[in-house]
Write a protein that binds this ligand. Structure first.
Ligand code: EPU
Length: 421
């Protein structure tokens, strides 16, 4: 199995360019099922979650053309299949968006339950609540979800019981072609929700309010092909920013939307890093040992749960006692706390809160990635640690970080992807 071999202790210096947002791409790609004609999409990250989604669409009859510079052309006009390959569907989380897309286009879908990172129970009851508000009948078994709109779907109103990124996206996708108006209340506000709405609107949809907690979708008869460029990845950018703060150095993080980074920039500044914003870039410099901090993860615009582990490494190396309270996925600490300890961190988890007592130095160890973001945190810890670290299970990391080894190497890190005989 491939793994990363890291020799820690080298500062990160130079420029890194952020790729397109994974969580926008994995929503926009299934949404192309709604479109008649080719969609040319730029800034599609070259990551395994995207490869799998494209393969699923191809197997369903879509024409997928991979072009240079992270550009993909997808034409789903010829698709008639409403049951995507279950083996592929089970390999990623975002395959649940195929439900909304197929339901919206064909009025029926049979999709295997999604897989992906399993750091916590991840129910889809709110997605189903949304589909039912559109008039669908949905049956969920242990392995499949079947959704059908026997009388045809119509616009409806849904008030989400929890702020869910996935449910908000799935309902937008399902409703884009459905006659009448759909209203989502208590919607999530993440940048990738706005990006999905912008993509669909570019293709002719009528979606308003994305980025606020009330989203209105006025169904249109058809969407036509066009060109779209995906936003930069907030979490990839945040990961490199946290890496510089933890490891040391001075890096210009290019191709970011600084507004999306506010919460992360503010926290790193509070901890003592120097963070300078430009129009579409952010410079992070480590100028002193980091200070302790308190973080509570929240839906956007709060501090993202997907940055929990990465800021955790900063805390592990900061002066004093820091705290993280996780309010989205309570069990997420367990994806990395044991591994952090193996590298010399002091971290105690009690319910929703982790208490991290900073140390001057971590040391290298062999550790396992248990999910994508925890894996990224372990890479940062390895870069900051003294000695050699092996990060195993890197297929999790390769789900969501384009060319991680190449980008870090260009910043002066000593990291290699090695495969044992
Ligand atoms: N929830 C429900 N019912 C639902 C849906 C969600 O109870 O039907 C709960 C969840 O259990 C959780 C909360 O609502 O406690 C929020 O979950 P959400 O639906 O927002 O998460 P998601 O859509 O499954 C996406 C990202 C995750 C990210 C979360 C939170 C994608 C493909 N995944 O997941 O990203 O952690 O939002 O921001 O967009 C990652 O990129 O590594 C990743 C895990």
């Amino acid at each position: 199995m491939p793994r990363y071999q890291i020799e820690g202790g080298r500062p990160l210096v130079g420029t890194v360019t952020i790729s397109g947002a994974k969580n926008a791409a994995v929503a926009i790609i299934p949404a192309t099922l709604l479109v008649s004609g080719p969609c040319r999409i730029e800034n599609v990250p070259d990551i395994s979650d995207v490869h799998i989604l494209l393969e699923i669409l191809e197997k369903m009859g879509a024409k997928v053309t991979r072009l240079p510079n992270d550009t993909v052309e997808i034409d789903c006009t010829a698709v008639t299949c409403t049951e995507p390959d279950p083996e592929l569907v089970r390999r990623i989380r975002a395959s649940y968006y195929l439900l909304g897309a197929l339901l919206g286009r064909f009025g029926k879908a049979r999709v295997a339950l999604p897989g992906g990172c399993n750091f916590a129970p991840r129910p889809i009851d709110q997605h189903i609540k949304g589909f039912e508000a559109l008039g669908a009948q949905v049956e969920e078994t242990d392995t499949y979800v079947d959704a059908v709109g026997p009388q045809g779907l119509r616009g409806g109103r849904v008030n989400l019981d929890v702020v869910s990124v996935g449910a908000t996206i799935n309902i937008i996708i399902a409703a884009a072609l459905v006659p009448g108006q759909t209203i989502i209340e208590n919607a999530a506000k993440e940048p990738h929700i706005v990006d999905l709405a912008n993509f669909l609107n570019t293709m002719g949809a009528r979606i308003s309010g994305a980025g606020t907690d009330v989203i209105k979708i006025r169904g249109v008869k058809a969407l036509r092909g066009g060109f779209y460029s995906i936003i930069p990845d907030q979490i990839e950018a945040g990961t490199y920013m946290a890496a510089v703060a933890a490891v040391g150095g001075n890096v210009l993080v290019k191709n970011v939307i600084p507004k999306h980074m506010d919460c992360i920039s503010a926290k790193l500044r509070e901890m003592g890093a120097r963070v300078t914003e430009y129009d579409d870039a952010i410079r992070v410099e480590k100028v002193r040992r980091l200070r302790r901090a308190t973080v509570k993860t929240m839906p956007y615009p709060g501090f993202p749960t997907d940055m929990q582990g990465q800021i955790g490494v900063c805390m592990a190396l900061a002066e004093g006692v820091s705290r993280i309270t996780e309010s989205i996925y309570e069990t997420r600490f367990f994806a990395y706390s044991e591994e952090f300890r193996a590298m010399g961190a002091t971290i105690q988890v009690a319910g929703k809160t982790a208490t991290i007592t900073g140390t001057e130095r971590l040391h290298g160890a062999t550790v396992q990635a248990h999910d994508l973001r925890a894996g990224a945190a372990l890479v940062i810890a390895g870069l900051a640690a003294q000695g050699e670290t092996f990060v195993e299970n890197i297929h999790y990391i390769e789900r969501g970080y384009e060319n991680l080894v190449g980008k870090l190497t260009a910043l002066g890190a000593c990291i290699r992807r090695v495969e044992d005989e």
